[in-house]
Structure formats: structure tokens, C-alpha cells
Write a protein that binds this ligand. Structure first.
Ligand code: BGC
Length: 935
């Protein structure tokens, strides 16, 4: 058995390794219950608003969460105490507290809202927690953590928006603007912070050094309603005496090319900067340096930067030392103050975008057309860093592509108008290292032109960039093709979670398509911690929602169109999903008005008969279509899809209303759901469970959304299974039907069919692209057709996560890690693996809010072995497929008498075990585990 490698931050990695060493290597039952006295629990990994020690938050009542380490089985928190102070020293002395909960009898260890006095702008709070275990023994205090507030009021912004005064042709990409100012600090500095944002993308330098490691700041939001600012701790960048600050601002999403067809300047046609530096001297005095008319501006080496098109950089135009105090800013111009609202400024919420990893090229190819092409072996998103030497004035061009065509030539037609081209002109003074700043590319292949001499593998490095979401999921099986599929799903996520969830990262699109995000959100939440990523995006969704409740096709909305079923439903489905995964009720509270407005919009559109027709919708986007005579393709009627989603969202809304205690709404929407279901069955379903249009998607939606009466479900599921069997185990579903297809089969007694679909490797299937060498998920089942030609270049991305939604089924059914909706956030864990096909083992784990949950199973020599790990302060129901109660051992002893096991019982062909936290190893003889335990 290997340790889980599924954690993001170093801290979590250390924690997991410790738990692994303690729990996996030592049989569970050797741990006696903790004796009375000092508890063996330990609260650790303190997080505020999903982050460790965040700077600059604006939540009025920040949520505090901690993780509990414990060696013993059945470890529970029965009480906690939180203390908060505004100075570090006072906390450890237990003095000067601004909030002390005292001992609170509660097993709550996640999302405890701060309820101390109102927090002020820039206030820093230190906090610690201790807990009591199931024997009322108390732990030591945790290590101290902190959070720091941002600028909470518009009036806190003393800075002015500044821009350049130069005439620009707004139709074209503009050179990046540099802004600078010198300032003097008169004494030793205790702390210094920069609060900054821009219209366009920015990068700050202080005294010659780039500040922080975030890229693509200020991120992408619904800029007209919500513009994020960032906070940087620059205490170590400033010095007593003369200092200088320099900021470069590029076009970015704000005014660069965006939303295809040559559109640009979607938010505005000039760039601008808003920045203030707060310095606190050792003696407590404060000083503020802010953007105002005293700043200067110039252009420099970045002649062009654009999200889609790349960057053009002339190193001869660099101005060495421009962000240092001894620079002579001769020729620099003054700035102008521009009017731009400040009441739209919000603290950054999602995980910062960073350079996450590096990839070295594996091969240099000369194509039949004569191009010199670097192959990075992985379709990735980010950019190239190059090391180069050569004569001044030499220009090197890098073009980026996802694939080579069937002849082995560099293929860029599927990028449409996006140029993805980087041009670098050398200074010519030795080794030059260059990486573009305000652009990203989606690519596996890089064509190099104009390189001085022969380029070699160590000249280029692929820098992978995405939102820095801690990795939370691990999934590995005995089948290498499934492992590659999982790899491709994860890389689809890496490539498309760059501050917003995008459809694709390479062509002239890269937009926050709501439908794609909706189908992939749950899978995403297995692989990485996406809580704050989606919480931020959902606020943009609500901000861009029309007054009539319609939700845009893309968020941030740059298309001005909305109201499409299955796409707009992201506004209901994603908050509900995040609530389930993270147990964060606030996510529902915040989004509730938006969720409700969308359902009400559908109610109006559908009208009294509850069948939603007429409005534009994408339907089962990219479903199987064919020119075969006799088969019309798998088109599912749009009114069918729309009405099914209407019912589904109304159902989720009523569940949200129940959670939030909105009893009237809950009753009203429960009634609405029944009305829609009745109308749906009347309109689309026959007495023998024939669902209109007879497509796999139609059956899947009807079953997955519980739209059919009980009496028809089995029959409908059989029809679905028969359709798949009749197509030689192939799916025909598009974006809408695919995510729930295998779930529906395994839920309704056709686990074998679901596995046959998963294992299918001819087109259309998940493994077909894998067999064709894919390293990410493709937009279309046949992006590269069986004859090696490409699908229509107008829409053929090789990095589109939507079909990666099968990952959800792999974690929840193949590995069997499931949520109990009554106890969300994995407070009560369900472990219910369902082995199938000829898999001999699966190892999977996730990092939940409570800690590591693992399900490792293996089948060998007629014995099934399931190793599970349940985090402290949770409980679990473990379902052992194909087991007979008397034969089940846990760590070598009869399951009924194993410590930590609360009960075990035979339920048809499975044994169901209730347990507390801990590490358990179940073994039993079976031949039946594979097909065991259909619902
Ligand atoms: C995008 C999608 C999106 C679709 C909507 C495409 O251009 O790439 O993934 O959902 O349009 O029709």
C-alpha cells in the first residue's frame, strides 16, 4: 500500500504522512481508547475562510475551521474553545482577548463563524482553539493562526485611479504601461502592506524585486460590479530611506481581445492602476503612499500582451532599475487621474493564480513541413520560460499548439483567431531569461522560429499556471488506461481553473461557460479544494444575473446572452454541490436569492403547463451524431432537457430552503416540483416507461432527476441499458446526459453496463481519446477521428473538462467515497465501493474538511480487502459488497467485536458496518464482490 499523495499544502502533506505512519502502518486495534486525562486529539491546520493565515479578507464574520489529529478510533470532539486576540503576544498569555467562546459543547470543527466585535479595516486577528474529546479530556491549545482584514470601506481607499495621458488606438493591443514613484521612509518599519488592483493585469515591483508570487492579478470577475484587489505583505521589501515602487499593467481580460470575433475593450478602453502602500513604523506611526498625480509612466519592453494572442517583448527596450530608487526617470510622463468607481472593490476570495509546476520538453521534432517543434509530452496551460543567448536584435518566435496533424505537422486551425504567439527580441548581452507575463497558452507543442543557433531541450521550460487549489483527491486503479483517464481529468482541471472555470484554454474563447462548470463541479471538488474558487465565481454569477432571473451563458458575462437550461442551472447546482462537499451552509445562504430568481425565471418561461418550450437552449450539446442512414443521431428534444432541468433545479432549491429553514419556500417549491413531474410524465413518458425520443440522455435525465414514478424506473433503466448494449456498449450522450449516465446505470441495477461503458475504448467513449494518446479531456468524443483526421476546426478543443465529469462516478462508485446529504461535508462518511470488470484494486482518498478519507480495496485469491480511513470527529457507514456477516474480519478479528465498530449487519448481499473515526481493514472471502450490492 502506498501513502496517499493527495494533499496540496506542505502542512497538509506533513499531516497526512504523519497520519499514514501512525494509522496505516500500525494495525488499528492496538490503539486502546484514550485514557481519561490528557486527550490524544490535537487541533491543527487552522483555516480562516478556507485559507491558512489569509491577508486581506472582507468577510464580516470569518469562518474558522480546524482539523483534528487523533490516533484512537472513534475520536470525537465534544466541545471547543476559540480565543481571538488582536496582538500575538496577548493570545498566548490568554489576555487582551477580543473574543473568547469559553467551552462550547459542540462537535462542530468547521465553519464556526467569528462572533466577536465588529472587525476594522486592516485589523489582524490571532486565534487558537482547543477541543475536548469523547471522554471530555481537553487538548492543548493549537498553534496560533491569524487572519487580516482588507479595506472594508470605500473611504479607506486614499489612492486615486491613475492612467497614462497618451493617445492610444483602442482597436489594437497596447504596450504594457509602467507606473512608478519614489518615496522615503523615515524610520525602521514594523510592517508594510500593499493594497492594489488595476483595469487590466498588473505586476508590482518594489526596490527592483517582483512582489509576491501571484500572477494574473487582479483576476477576472464581473469587473463592472466586482473588482478584486490584492493585499501583499511587503515588510521585507521596503527599507528605511529611499524606496521606489514600479507597476506594469497589461491589457488582460479588461481591455484585451476577448469573446471571439475580434472583440476587445469589453470593460473599458484604457488601463489604470489603483494602489496604496501602508507602512507602520516601529513606533506605531503610519504612512501611506498611494497612486496619485505624483506618479510617472512610460512604456517599456512589453510591446503587446494579450490573453489570446500572446506577448511581444523587445528586451532592448528594458529600463534597468526602473523600480529602484536610484533610477533616472527622464522621459517618463505624468499620469492622469481617472474616474472609476471604488465601491465595486472587493477582497480577493478565490485561491491566487500561481506558477504551480514546471515541465521539461521530451523531444525536439522537425516536422515534414520543416518546423522545429518542441514536444512537452503533456497538453498544458501556462507559458514557456526560455533561456537564450544571441546577438542583440534577433527575434525568436514561439507558436503554441495542442496537437500535430496526422502527417506530423504543427496544427493550429482549432485555435481559430487566437494567435498564441510569443515574440522575444534579444538584448544580446549574455544569458537572457524570459517568460511572458500577461498571457497564457494552451499547448503541448511549441514551434520555434529564429532561434540563434540550435535550440536544445534545456532552452525551454513549460510553466504550468492555474489557481492554487490544494490538491485533495487521489485515485489509482490496477488499470493503466483508467489511470490515464484520471490523469487527463486532473489536467483538464489544471488547464481550465485559471481564476474562472473556463471551457477551454487555447482558442479565442476561454470563457466561463456555465454548463461546463455545472457538469464538472463535483468532480473538480474531488480532485482539488475548489470551495473558495467557486464561492468567488458564484458571486460573479449572481452579479451578472439579469433582473428577470436569467443567468448568463458565460460568467463573467461577456456575451450578453443567458437563460439556457442546463447552463444557467449552474446557479443552483453548484451552490448545492459546494454545500454537500464542504458543508458550508453560507454558500447556500449567499446564493439563495440568485437560485430562487433562476427557478422563478423558469417558472415564468414554462408557464402554467410547466413544460418549458421555445427559449433558446443548447440541448444535449455535442451528443453523438451521425450520417448513417437509418440512425438519426442522439438528439434529445430541447423542451425535454429544459423541463427536466426545471424540475431538477426546483428540487435542489426546495432542499436548500429546508436547510436554511425557509419552510414556506420549501413547501412551495416541493409543490412546484410535483407539478413539473406530473406535467413531464404526461408529456414525455408512456405507460411502459418509454421516454420521448428514446435517447440515452432522455432516460438518464428522467431517472437521475427522479422524474419518473417508482413503478416505471426499473423499466426505464432497462431500456437505457438495452440501448447501450444495442450499440455495442457505446454511449451517445453529450454534455448534458454524460455526467449522470454511469450513475444512473449503477443506481438502477446495471453496474456491469456502467463498467462496460467506462472500459469502452472505441469511439465514442472515454478511453478512445486515451488510446489516441490524449493527455487531457477533449471537447468532442471524436476530436481526432478514427481515420486520424480532425473534427471541425471551428470547435475542436483538446482541453475541455466537461466529459471529465466521469471522475465523479469513479470516486463515488468505483472507489465508493460518498457524501451523506443529511450530514454534508463528510461529517458522516459513506464508503461503498462497487468493484466491477476485472479491476483488482482501487486506491482512492480525499482531503475533506475533517481530514483524510480513504477507500482502498483489492480483490485477490477469492478475498476482498477494504482498507478505510475515517477522519476524527466524523462517523461512517461502510458497505462491504458481497460479504457474509459471519465471515468478515476487521484487522484480523471478527467484525462484530472489533473496537470502533458500532454495529454490523447483513443487508441483502452486503454487510453494512457503522463505525467511528479510525483506520480499519476489512477482509472476507468472496466471489461476488464484483456485482454485489445493487440498489
Ligand atoms: C464552448 C462550450 C460551451 C458551448 C455552449 C462552446 O463554444 O466551448 O463548452 O458550453 O459553446 O454551446
Amino acid at each position: 500500500m502506498t501513502p496517499t499523495s493527495s494533499c496540496g499544502t506542505t502542512l497538509i502533506r506533513v499531516l497526512v504522512l504523519t497520519v499514514f505512519l501512525i494509522v496505516i502502518l500500525i494495525p488499528g486495534h492496538v490503539f486502546a481508547q484514550a485514557s481519561r486525562g490528557q486527550s490524544r486529539l490535537a487541533p491543527t491546520y487552522l483555516r480562516t475562510e478556507y485559507a491558512v493565515n489569509p491577508l486581506g479578507i472582507d468577510a464580516a464574520r470569518p469562518h474558522l475551521s480546524w482539523l483534528i489529529l487523533a490516533e484512537s478510533r472513534g475520536a470525537m470532539q465534544t466541545a471547543y474553545q476559540i480565543q481571538v486576540a488582536s496582538a500575538p503576544g496577548t493570545l498566548s498569555a490568554g489576555e487582551g482577548l477580543i473574543w473568547d467562546t469559553g467551552k462550547v459543547l459542540s462537535d462542530r470543527s468547521v465553519h464556526v463563524a467569528f462572533e466577536g466585535p465588529e472587525l476594522a479595516s486592516r485589523q489582524r486577528c490571532y486565534w487558537r482553539v482547543r477541543v475536548w474529546d469523547e471522554h471530555d479530556n481537553e487538548t492543548d491549545w493549537s498553534e496560533q493562526a491569524f487572519w487580516e482584514m482588507g479595506l472594508l470601506a470605500t473611504t479607506d481607499w486614499r489612492a486615486e485611479w491613475i492612467s497614462s495621458d497618451t493617445e492610444e488606438n483602442a482597436e489594437l493591443s497596447q504596450p504594457a504601461r509602467m507606473y512608478r514613484r519614489e518615496f522615503k521612509l523615515d524610520g525602521p518599519v514594523r510592517s508594510a502592506r500593499i493594497y492594489a488592483t488595476s483595469l487590466g493585469l498588473y505586476e508590482i515591483e518594489l526596490n527592483g524585486e517582483v512582489v509576491g508570487d501571484q500572477v494574473f492579478t487582479p483576476g477576472w470577475t464581473s469587473y463592472n460590479h466586482r473588482l478584486q484587489y490584492q493585499v501583499f505583505d511587503v515588510t521585507n521589501y521596503v527599507i528605511r530611506g529611499e524606496n521606489a515602487i514600479g507597476v506594469t499593467v497589461g491589457d488582460g481580460w479588461y481591455r484585451g481581445f476577448l469573446a471571439f470575433r475580434g472583440n476587445r475593450n469589453l470593460y473599458g478602453d484604457y488601463g489604470a492602476l489603483l494602489l496604496q502602500l501602508h507602512v507602520t513604523y516601529e513606533d506605531g506611526q503610519e504612512e501611506v503612499v498611494a497612486s496619485d498625480e505624483s506618479w510617472n509612466t512610460a512604456t517599456g519592453p512589453i510591446l503587446m500582451s494579450d490573453i489570446y494572442n500572446g506577448e511581444t517583448y523587445d528586451a532592448r527596450r528594458e529600463q534597468p532599475g526602473w523600480s529602484s530608487a536610484d533610477f533616472h526617470a527622464t522621459d517618463w510622463l505624468g499620469v492622469r487621474i481617472v474616474e472609476h468607481p471604488k465601491d465595486i472593490l472587493v477582497a480577493s476570495e478565490g485561491p491566487p493564480v500561481r506558477r504551480i509546476e514546471e515541465i521539461k520538453p521530451v523531444e525536439i521534432i522537425t516536422t515534414p513541413d520543416g518546423d522545429t517543434v518542441f514536444d512537452f509530452g503533456q497538453n498544458m496551460v501556462g507559458r514557456i520560460r526560455m533561456n537564450i543567448r544571441g546577438p542583440a536584435g534577433t527575434t525568436v518566435t514561439l507558436r503554441h499548439a495542442e496537437v500535430l496533424d496526422k502527417y506530423g505537422n504543427f496544427y493550429t486551425d482549432n485555435l481559430r483567431a487566437a494567435k498564441q504567439t510569443v515574440k522575444y527580441t534579444l538584448r544580446g548581452d549574455g544569458l537572457e531569461v524570459y517568460e511572458p507575463r500577461f498571457t497564457f497558452q494552451g499547448f503541448r507543442f511549441v514551434a520555434v522560429d529564429g532561434w540563434p543557433g540550435d535550440p536544445s531541450l534545456d532552452h525551454l521550460t513549460g510553466v504550468v499556471i492555474h489557481s492554487d487549489m490544494p490538491k485533495t483527491g487521489f485515485f489509482e486503479t490496477s488499470d493503466p488506461l483508467l489511470n490515464q483517464l484520471q490523469h487527463n481529468i486532473v489536467w483538464g482541471q489544471k488547464g481550465n481553473f485559471l481564476d474562472v472555470p473556463t471551457d477551454c484554454p487555447q482558442r479565442d474563447e476561454r470563457l466561463g461557460w456555465t454548463g461546463d462548470a455545472q457538469v464538472f463541479a463535483r468532480t473538480a471538488a474531488f480532485n482539488m479544494d475548489v470551495a473558495s474558487f467557486f464561492s468567488k465565481w458564484l458571486k460573479d454569477l449572481a452579479a451578472d444575473q439579469d433582473e428577470n432571473g436569467s443567468i448568463p451563458w458565460v460568467v463573467p458575462d461577456v456575451l450578453g446572452r443567458g437563460g439556457a437550461a442546463a447552463w444557467a442551472d449552474a446557479g443552483v447546482i453548484i451552490p448545492w454541490t459546494m454545500y454537500l462537499v464542504y458543508g458550508d451552509r453560507r454558500m447556500l445562504e449567499t446564493q439563495y436569492p440568485s437560485m430562487k430568481a433562476w427557478v422563478e425565471y423558469m417558472r415564468r418561461q414554462a408557464g402554467e403547463d410547466r413544460i418549458w418550450t421555445e427559449d433558446f437552449t443548447f440541448g444535449d450539446w455535442l451528443a453523438y451524431s451521425t450520417n448513417e442512414p437509418g440512425y438519426p443521431g442522439a438528439t434529445t428534444g430541447k423542451d425535454f432537457v429544459s423541463t427536466a432541468y426545471f424540475a431538477h433545479s426546483a428540487d435542489l432549491l426546495q432542499r436548500a430552503a429546508v436547510v436554511l429553514g425557509k419552510t414556506e419556500d420549501a413547501a412551495m417549491y416541493a409543490g412546484l416540483v410535483e407539478e413539473i413531474k406530473a406535467a413531464f410524465n404526461l408529456e414525455f413518458v408512456t405507460r411502459t416507461a418509454r421516454v420521448s425520443e428514446n435517447t440515452q440522455t432522455a432516460y438518464t435525465l428522467a431517472l437521475a432527476f427522479d422524474l419518473l414514478p417508482d413503478s416505471l424506473r426499473r423499466m426505464a433503466a432497462d431500456r437505457l441499458a438495452a440501448d447501450i448494449r444495442g450499440r455495442d456498449n457505446h454511449l451517445t450522450t453529450g454534455f448534458v446526459g454524460t455526467p449522470d449516465l454511469c450513475h444512473t446505470l449503477s443506481r438502477f441495477n446495471h453496474l456491469d453496463v456502467a463498467y462496460d461503458l467506462l472500459y469502452q475504448d472505441t469511439y465514442p467513449s472515454w478511453l478512445y481519446p486515451v488510446k489516441r494518446g490524449a493527455t487531457t479531456i477533449w471537447e468532442r468524443w471524436d476530436g481526432i477521428k478514427p481515420d486520424s483526421t480532425f473534427q471541425d476546426a471551428g470547435m475542436n478543443s483538446f482541453n475541455h473538462y466537461a466529459y471529465g465529469a466521469i471522475g465523479d462516478w469513479m470516486y463515488r462508485v468505483v472507489a465508493g467515497i460518498e457524501i451523506d446529504p443529511e450530514n454534508p461535508g463528510y461529517k458522516h462518511v459513506l464508503i461503498q465501493p462497487r468493484p466491477g470488470k476485472d479491476l483488482s484494486y482501487v486506491r482512492s482518498s480525499i482531503e475533506s474538511m475533517y481530514g483524510t478519507i480513504a477507500s482502498y480495496w483489492e480483490l485477490a485469491a477469492g478475498r476482498f480487502k477494504l482498507t478505510v480511513r475515517i477522519p476524527p470527529n466524523t462517523s461512517a457507514t461502510v458497505r462491504l459488497p458481497g460479504a457474509v456477516l459471519e465471515e468478515v474480519l476487521e484487522s484480523g478479528i471478527s467484525v462484530g467485536s472489533a473496537p470502533g465498530i458500532r454495529s454490523s449487519r447483513q443487508v441483502r448481499g452486503a454487510v453494512v458496518v457503522e463505525s467511528g473515526s479510525g483506520h480499519y481493514v476489512f477482509t472476507y472471502p468472496t466471489d461476488q464482490a464484483r456485482e454485489g450490492g445493487a440498489e
